[in-house]
Write a protein that binds this ligand. Structure first.
Ligand code: DHB
Length: 275
């Protein structure tokens, strides 16, 4: 996390953390495809008690740390969110959208009723901003975003990975040991852009855009769809840590060349009447 901050990221979102340590799924748990990555890590993490120490270390890097949590019930998620805040996280992101871990993620985040309930419980007494990361594996992501807003989320994050599968023809079987996994990388950017665009028209709270961003122009596309901030994940794997400073420079150059003074001036301008 400290290296990511040094590389130019304005804030950091952790890998998702749960109550108990988890080994995750057996290998193969990541497949490199020509359009991106397919992974079923299985939410591996050292558990919140250990991770609290990591948060205090990471805070020394001087950028906001947003702790991502996952859980199986609204009570468990609320307890994790509060533990993250106590550990010093500047915000908490709810992973309501891991596409395959049984009983977690998208199984909790697929209905507006559950999203609203989980956000309400997690936000109660939290004291730091709450981000709800939504699944695109649904027919109506705007309805999930409205539910998060009703539940008291301070922002929504869109999108998490798309549920996918890859098969190795020679072996005649799925490549991932878990069979299905989450697709990330350039292939999902148009899906993310569409989701952010729909959510921007549905809620008043800010939207954080994520999914297939690996350049300044990709980030600007999300911002014009309605994102007030963006996240980069898979491109760190494909391009390395330089992606942060390069993206920042490209955004600034575009703003200079096109007469935008602030990021806020670009947010949502792709909507009718927005420009
Ligand atoms: C995993 C978690 C995610 O949130 C995701 O989008 C894909 C995979 C995981 O840990 O398996």
């Amino acid at each position: 996390m400290a290296e990511v901050a040094r590389a130019g990221a304005g804030a950091i979102v952790t890998k998702s953390v749960g109550t108990e340590p988890r080994a995750g799924h057996p290998s193969p748990c990541v497949v490199e495809l020509n359009v991106g990555l397919l992974n079923a890590m299985g939410l591996p993490n050292p558990g919140i008690d250990y991770f609290a120490g990591e948060i205090s270390e990471a805070k020394k890097a001087g950028v906001p740390i947003i702790g991502s949590v996952f859980g199986g019930t609204e009570e468990e998620i609320a307890e994790l969110a509060s533990a993250m805040a106590r550990a010093g996280a500047d915000g908490v992101e709810l992973n309501l959208s891991c596409p395959h871990a049984k009983g977690y993620g998208a199984e909790i985040g697929s209905t507006p009723q559950m999203v609203e309930l989980v956000c309400r419980k997690a936000k109660h007494g939290l004291g730091v901003p709450l981000f709800a990361k939504l699944t695109p594996n649904t027919s109506d992501i705007a309805a999930l975003a409205r539910a998060a807003e009703r539940g008291g989320a301070d922002a929504v994050v869109a999108i998490n990975t798309l549920k996918g599968m890859a098969i190795e023809p020679e072996a005649r079987m799925p490549i991932l040991a878990n069979k299905v996994g989450g697709l990330s990388g350039p292939a999902i950017r148009p899906v993310g852009i569409r989701c952010v665009y729909e959510i921007f028209e549905a809620v008043k709270i800010p939207v954080v855009g994520v999914g297939g961003i690996s350049s300044g122009m990709d980030a600007i596309e999300y911002i014009m769809a309605g994102a007030g901030a963006v996240q980069i994940g898979t491109a760190v794997w494909s391009l390395g840590l330089d992606v942060f400073s390069r993206t920042n420079k490209e955004i600034l150059r575009f703003m200079e060349e096109n007469g935008f003074k602030t990021i806020q001036d670009m947010v949502g301008v792709a909507h009718p009447g927005g420009h």
